[in-house]
Design a binder for this molecule. Structure first.
Ligand SMILES: [Mg+2]
Length: 433
């Protein structure tokens, strides 16, 4: 049974609840509600004007209600008198079909109808930068190959351990923290779980990292490519499907320890990869991470072609060990709910159609990628990705037409707003045309 939030407030000393939802662009919106009002709010939801956020609504629409999921309650480790709650969106007595959390729950219900539960683990890379956003926060973090650098990591000990301690306290089972491949870039890993649990934690993680970084006088960014010469921030997702409490992707007799349905799932993801990009790489800036030229460190760690492999980090999909695969395409701008929802829908379609993923490639894609024939290329920009999404019957059927239409409309507006900017590159290269 779901917990009673008014009771939880008394027991845990919660004075305020943050009723939060993530909109289509990944922005978290919230109302801060005193504990004295939570009883009514838990039932009816907190009211919002939907048009004021990225949900494709009109100012004439009725109230949007964010109804909190009591199971998602997280007491802010850095301010325990506040309880954070992920919410589902309702309007006129009906679930809002384009609400990202609703989209994920619907995709997971389709999986459940086939007997499957999606489990995911995400690796959210981020940069610690100066508050003005112009440089990495540590001026001495300048090496060409700073990955795993002990000294630089330990200079950020206070902020990293405050975040890790918070995850320990919340029971997320974090297990490692490191300095990543770009100057100023870090990654923290916690244990995989049910995809909805992971998605709520992913949303909360982004809020928590930003909040704790601010406390320490820095700014955290998940922007895919904040510095053009440095490796971008990915959001790699580890994926497995479970049936009757057992990992259905695991098969000792299968190639690399993966069952046949895992390969069909991968086949589905490969089939839909260009369209998935519109959701897994949703910003204009995302396309400066994938398809990027080599960075200072020597590798971008991001894919450019739709291929899969064994334990090799130069492909879109890596099979690091039996029972799961790693989807390396998504970046820091991806919506925590739409990432697993879209990959699941593509994978389930692959299972339903018994899609063949093609041949596994065991080559270094960064140096030998040009030799690959017939593999799909990833879109070169957001517009190409949106057009691919528009053409994807599989994602439309699995994610719902309301969602696809709303998302495409808002993202085309986003692209058009970007296209109206005159860049310095254009002036440098066209003034004398
Ligand atoms: Mg990483």
């Amino acid at each position: 049974m779901a917990i009673d939030l008014a009771q939880a407030a008394k027991e845990k000393g919660i004075r305020y609840f943050l009723i939060s939802y993530t909109d289509l662009f990944g922005v978290q919106r919230a109302k801060l509600v005193p504990a004295s009002a939570i009883k009514a709010m838990a039932k009816a939801g907190a009211g919002f004007a939907g048009f004021a956020t990225w949900l494709d609504m009109s100012p004439a629409n009725s109230d949007l209600f964010a109804v909190p999921d009591p199971d998602s309650l997280i007491q802010l480790p850095w301010k325990p008198e506040v309880g954070w709650l992920a919410a589902d969106l309702w309007m006129d007595g009906k679930l809002v079909e384009q609400g990202p959390r609703t989209v994920l729950k619907a995709a997971m219900a389709s999986a459940a109808a086939m007997g499957y539960e999606l489990k995911t683990g995400v690796e959210c890379e981020y940069f610690l930068i100066t508050p003005d956003g112009k440089a990495v926060s540590d001026a001495a973090d300048t090496a060409d190959k700073p990955c795993y650098d002990q000294l630089i990591l330990m200079r950020r000990y206070e902020v990293i351990t405050e975040i890790c301690d918070a995850m320990l306290q919340l029971g997320w089972k974090p297990y490692q923290n490191d300095h990543e491949d770009a100057n100023g870039q870090f990654e923290m890993n916690w244990e995989y779980d049910n995809a909805l649990v992971t998605a709520d934690r992913h949303a909360f993680f982004k809020y928590m990292v930003r909040s704790i970084a601010e406390k320490h006088g820095m700014r955290a960014t998940f922007m895919p490519k904040p510095f053009i010469n440095l490796t971008g921030s990915g959001c790699h997702m580890h994926v497995s499907l479970w049936k009757d409490g057992r990992n259905a992707f695991e098969d000792d007799a299968g190639e690399l320890g993966l069952a046949r349905i895992a390969y069909h799932f991968i086949g589905g993801v490969i089939q839909e990869a260009p369209a998935l990009c519109a959701l897994t790489n949703p910003s204009v800036n995302s396309y400066k991470r994938i398809n990027a030229p080599r960075t200072l460190s020597g590798a971008t760690w991001a894919p450019n072609t739709v291929t899969y492999t064994g334990n090799n980090r130069t492909h879109m999909i890596r099979i690091p060990e039996p029972g799961r695969f790693e989807f390396r395409l998504a970046d820091g701008a991806t919506n925590p709910y739409l990432l697993p929802a879209s990959v699941l829908v593509a994978g389930l379609d692959g299972i339903a159609r018994q899609t063949d993923p093609g041949k596994r490639l065991d080559i270094n894609m960064y140096t030998e990628g040009h030799k690959v024939r017939g593999a799909k290329k990833l879109p070169l920009n957001l517009l190409d990705a949106l057009r691919a999404l528009d053409k994807s019957a599989v994602l439309r059927a699995g994610l719902g037409s309301s969602f696809i239409d709303s998302y495409l409309k808002l993202k085309h507006d986003d692209w058009n707003a970007y296209s109206r900017h005159l860049t310095q590159w254009e002036r440098d290269n066209t003034l004398d045309c």
